[in-house]
Design a protein around this ligand. Structure first.
Ligand SMILES: Cc1cc2nc3c(=O)[nH]c(=O)nc-3n(C[C@H](O)[C@H](O)[C@H](O)COP(=O)(O)OP(=O)(O)OC[C@H]3O[C@@H](n4cnc5c(N)ncnc54)[C@H](O)[C@@H]3O)c2cc1C
Length: 408
């Protein structure tokens, strides 16, 4: 039996074929599909996506900080599927790249000439003991899920003083800056609510420093000092004890365990490539879709490409990075279809709008070498109100009206 036959043995058989199949109708998948259809009218493109909702996740930071509405971050998936694309509402379970095919949870076998893989990241709530039971209740919240992001603001706005802990796990995560942004907003909110003086804010991060690009880290260290935040580096949350409101933190260098009583605990869950990617022939040793870091073409299967959070691209996992990856991928995929050399090269560009308070933002932009690659002719390492507006109003507009349409 072939891999496809094995995967289908227990399910009813349905066979489909499309010229280009895109796995995942999120930021990366829709960007690529929309750009492909703009550049090559009539191309047969199918998108496999199980969810009927599409989320603009970057705004969840401001939702958690009470400065945006959760409902503004969600559109129907149907509204972002590009005209001319076929939407297969199903989840991929198995890849069989030697047979140019995949199998879905619904038992459909889909074969393709070209494959684009963009299923994002998996949130591993269960990797922290006690977290699945604690999340969303009694002060435990997270901006990393549409389901819990409203809880963040509920718990921050009702905070009466005590200890608030914000965590950053020991795994790659989406938007490396998001775990600290919400700590800065909470500090501002507590000041406005008049409870900051009776509060301790701990930022517990598995990282060794506050940010990997020194130009921006310099500013962030000053922000932490100004706000009086207790930043604990190389520190990982390993357990939540909701009954006693205790967080168990471990120092990653010494293994020393500290138990801290919390009144508010904002958790960024450990994250990984989705299991169906990790367990597939497309994955590298760490589980990510193994692609060339410049061309975005798979290292073993030339008709397979990947972008976004699930890819092995060694840059910070953001929508901003996807915006620069998508055009390079599309150009190279179309070149391959026309048997031309792949000439587009992605340089690792990524951005992190580091919210440092209400109306304050450091717009970090950099590439694979951690060299700043800034879009504005100003010193972007400074906290600026204009950049906050860009995040709150400009980028969501750009996303829904340009990026989702394949125009940016
Ligand atoms: C709290 C938070 C703050 C953030 N802040 C920023 C920011 O300020 N700036 C920024 O640029 N980025 C930010 N990001 C990151 C940004 O949202 C992601 O990097 C971006 O969405 C990645 O795009 P993607 O297409 O790889 O994944 P996603 O957009 O997550 O899309 C993945 C899609 O794949 C689908 N899928 C999953 N499993 C399957 C399957 N088995 N079969 C088929 N489809 C599947 C999912 O349903 C989903 O629709 C933030 C993220 C979070 C959570």
């Amino acid at each position: 039996m072939t891999q496809v036959q094995e995967a289908q043995a227990t399910t009813a058989q349905k066979l489909l074929h499309h010229r280009v199949v895109v796995v995942g109708g999120g930021n990366g998948g829709i960007s690529v599909a929309a750009q492909l259809l703009r550049k090559s009218k009539g191309l047969d493109v199918a998108i496999i996506e199980p969810s009927d909702k599409h989320y603009y996740q970057p705004l969840w930071t401001l939702v958690g900080g009470g400065d945006a509405k959760r409902e503004a971050t969600v559109h129907s998936e149907a509204s972002v599927i590009p005209k001319g694309a076929t939407w297969i509402r199903d989840a991929v379970t198995t890849f069989c790249p030697d047979e140019n095919a995949l199998v879905t949870a619904g038992g459909t076998k889909v074969s393709y000439d070209y494959l684009v893989v963009a299923p994002g990241m998996q949130l591993n709530w269960g990797a922290v003991k006690g977290l699945p039971e604690a999340i969303g209740k009694d002060g435990v919240c997270s901006n990393y899920s549409y389901d819990y992001v409203d809880k963040t603001w509920e718990f921050i706005s009702n905070f009466k003083g005590g200890t608030a802990i914000f965590t950053h796990p020991a795994t790659p995560i989406k938007c490396g800056g998001a775990p600290q942004k919400i700590a800065y907003l909470a500090d501002d909110a507590f000041r406005k609510q008049g409870v900051r003086e009776k509060s301790t804010i701990i930022f517990a991060t598995a990282n060794a420093g506050i940010f990997q690009v020194e130009k921006y880290a310099k500013t962030l260290r000053k922000v932490i000092d100004r706000k009086g935040i207790d930043a604990r580096y190389r520190t990982n949350l390993v357990e939540v004890r909701p009954a006693t409101r205790e967080a168990v933190l471990v120092n990653l260098d010494t293994n020393e365990e500290t138990i801290v009583k919390y009144d508010l605990l904002h958790v960024t869950p450990p994250q990984s490539a989705p299991d169906f990617i990790r367990n597939s022939p497309l994955a590298n040793a760490d589980g990510w879709v193994d692609v060339n870091k410049n061309t975005l073409q798979h290292t073993k299967y030339p008709n397979v490409f990947s972008l976004g959070d699930a890819s092995s691209l060694p840059t910070s996992k953001t929508g901003a990075a996807v915006r620069k990856q998508a055009p390079a991928l599309v150009k190279n995929l179309l070149a391959l279809i026309e048997s031309k050399p792949l000439s587009a090269s992605y340089d690792g560009y990524t951005a992190c709008p580091l919210v440092t308070g209400y109306g304050k933002l450091v717009m970090a932009e950099f590439d694979y070498d951690l060299t700043p690659k800034e879009s504005f002719k100003i010193d972007q390492s400074k906290e600026r109100r204009t950049m906050y507006w860009v995040k709150k109003y400009g980028l969501p507009r750009l996303y829904w009206s340009m990026i989702m349409k394949g125009r940016a």
